[in-house]
Ligand binder design. Structure first.
Ligand code: GDP
Length: 440
């Protein structure tokens, strides 16, 4: 995410960190570099200029030149300014209605339908809501089908009237249906066009007026840079929406949209989309995003994701198995699946402070565990529970079955062995054993 911008900002701030004595010239140079990095990331000129002016004023106000750690103070000032520019605090969505009606708007291809599904899934699994998805695209039957596919995937009902060509009607009927069937959130997915177009705007404005949603969200593809900001402006003029959803932040986005959209339309970014899967949705936290942009990682989100996946019952079972020496390849597979649920590997690595930069040029497979899973799936139940039986002959068979090489099977066996030992150590005498193992 934003690796180019992160790189450039880091280089800019490095100028200061490296210098024993900091002068006004250094600060000015640094800020010039910061401004250039922002412009390259597709931040508009005025915002970039205001940004550096503001940081400069604060730096002077806080006597950066005579402070103990000027480099660090500058990083903090830049971070605070970025956070502020992106909205300061996170802003949740309004779920006060009964049902709460959420209207989705945006251009075709922005990720509106995908996000409608992600939001429904999020509200269902994390907030205990009972959402209803509504297909309001009266032009493209494929769009209605797409929403049904998404709904099936996450187990959320989809309301549609394929024969009805009146979007206002459909939305109103859906809300009635929701009221009489106990749904407490209604998410209305509307038709989008490839570009702003009067007919589309009129239609969504009519739906908006008729259903008076608690929350109108504007979905935009972050990859489109300044265009994203212009589209946001056009939609906001018509709908006065409540929040922005930035999608496709998992791609090679320059970052301009994330940084500027809030200050242009004065509406907060509420969620971000970071992948095609239904779980790839995150609440937008300006401060954490600023950390990531500055290459400082995002440990808070990483720990949160780990906690979300943590299942106490499972953990207890696992502990018992380890204690009884029964940890096998099936458990190893379960552990991998838990990690995978946390998100894609690139995204996770980006959250580790410093790792994003260090591993910038390393190709991380989206499915880094593919081979490991294939190998384990090629094992018999006996081999999975009693790995000791896996001899040379079995290894050849497993490699063949999984389309891997014997060396890869060997490597996995070794990793597994080390992991089992490590777990045993941590369980048994705890620190003492671990210390011995580490040679202490
Ligand atoms: P709509 O026309 O606005 O409803 O857009 P769709 O929901 O159909 O999304 C358009 C394409 O973008 C689809 O191929 C989605 O899988 C993809 N997409 C949506 N959100 C994301 C995201 O956050 N990351 C990535 N990589 N792809 C996304």
């Amino acid at each position: 995410m934003f690796s180019n911008l992160s790189d450039k900002l880091e280089k800019a701030l490095h100028i200061l960190k490296g210098h024993g004595k900091i002068t006004e010239v250094n600060v000015a140079d640094t800020l010039k570099e910061v401004r250039r990095a922002l412009l390259d990331a597709d931040v508009n000129f005025k915002i970039a200029k205001d940004f550096t002016t503001s940081v400069k004023e604060k730096a002077m106000g806080q006597n950066v030149l005579t402070s103990l750690q000027p480099g660090q103070l500058m990083v903090k000032l830049v971070k605070d300014e970025l956070t502020e520019l992106m909205g300061g605090e996170e802003v949740g969505i309004n779920l006060s209605g009964n049902p709460s009606v959420i209207l989705m708007s945006g251009l075709q291809g922005s990720g509106k339908t995908t996000f409608s599904g992600k939001l429904a899934n999020f509200l269902k699994t994390k907030k205990g809501k009972k959402p209803l998805l509504v297909a309001c695209d009266i032009y493209r039957p494929a769009a209605i089908n797409q929403l049904h596919v998404v709904g099936d995937q996450i187990g959320v009902e989809v309301y549609s009237e394929p024969e009805n060509k009146n979007a206002v009607d459909i939305a109103q009927n859906a809300i009635k249906y929701a009221k009489s069937n106990g749904f407490n959130v209604v998410i209305v997915d509307t038709a989008g066009r490839l570009a702003i177009d009067e007919q589309m705007m009129n239609e969504i404005a009519n739906v908006h007026k008729a259903i008076q949603p608690q929350e109108t969200l504007f979905v935009v593809d972050a990859m489109t840079g300044q265009d994203a900001v212009n589209t946001a402006k056009a939609f906001n003029d018509r709908l006065n929406f409540d929040g922005v959803i930035l999608t496709k932040l998992d791609g090679d986005t320059r970052g301009g949209a994330a940084i500027t959209i809030k200050s242009v339309v004065n509406k907060p970014i509420k969620f971000i989309g970071t992948g095609e899967k239904m779980e790839a949705i995150d609440v937008f936290y300006p401060s954490r995003m600023a950390d990531r942009i500055l290459g400082m990682g995002d440990v808070v989100s990483l720990v949160e994701r780990a906690q979300e996946q943590y299942d106490e019952e499972e953990a207890r079972k696992l502990q018992k198995k380890i204690a009884k020496n029964e940890f096998g390849f099936d458990d190893f597979l379960t552990q991998i699946q838990q990690i995978k649920k946390m998100g894609n590997m690139k995204d996770l690595v980006g959250m580790i402070p410093g790792a994003g930069k260090a591993l910038k040029d390393v190709e991380i497979e989206d499915d880094a565990f593919k081979h490991i899973e294939a190998i384990i799936h090629s094992m018999t139940p006996l081999e999975r529970t009693k790995p000791a039986v896996i001899d040379g002959k079995r290894k050849i068979r497993i490699a063949k079955g999984s389309g891997t090489k014997v060396e890869q099977v060997n490597q996995l066996m070794k990793q597994f062995d080390q992991m089992s030992k490590m777990m045993k150590m941590m369980q048994g005498g705890g620190g003492k054993n671990l210390a011995r193992m580490m040679g202490g």
